[in-house]
Design a protein around this ligand. Sequence first.
Ligand SMILES: [Mg+2]
Length: 152
Amino acid sequence: MFSAPEKVHQATFNSGSELVDTTFAERYPLDILIAEDNFVNQKLIERILIRLGYRTETVSDGAQAVNSIGKSNYNVILMDVRMPEMDGLEATRMIRKMAIKQPYIIAMTANVMTSDREECVQYGMNNYIPKPICMDEVISKLKIAAEYCSKE
Ligand SMILES: [Mg+2]
């Protein structure tokens, strides 16, 4: 009797075409701010961005996001909609009033009903990623963001 050779498991994110690709950030250079209050989600998003070759900066509420945006040159914000103190919608509304080069704002939300997406747009968000966050969604939305930013 013989046993089959042990299957070699690929990296966790090995489910799409551009996985674990640290050249992604070179091809789509962006300065990205993460605004997310949940620690587990923070780590998940940071891990995805690092795998794509980005440096990560994370804040945990909308007020901190507004504050960071005023001080730095982020061109993309991954913005959780539900956060304490100031939520992602209100933070976006404030950022849109600021006299700065406006960032591309991507909502991260578990609410994927059309009305929720429309609310994000009304507050000035550009796009959204449904929760739970997956790598393929981040890749596709960052490509759109990079294209948008290159035309600005
Ligand atoms: Mg939240």
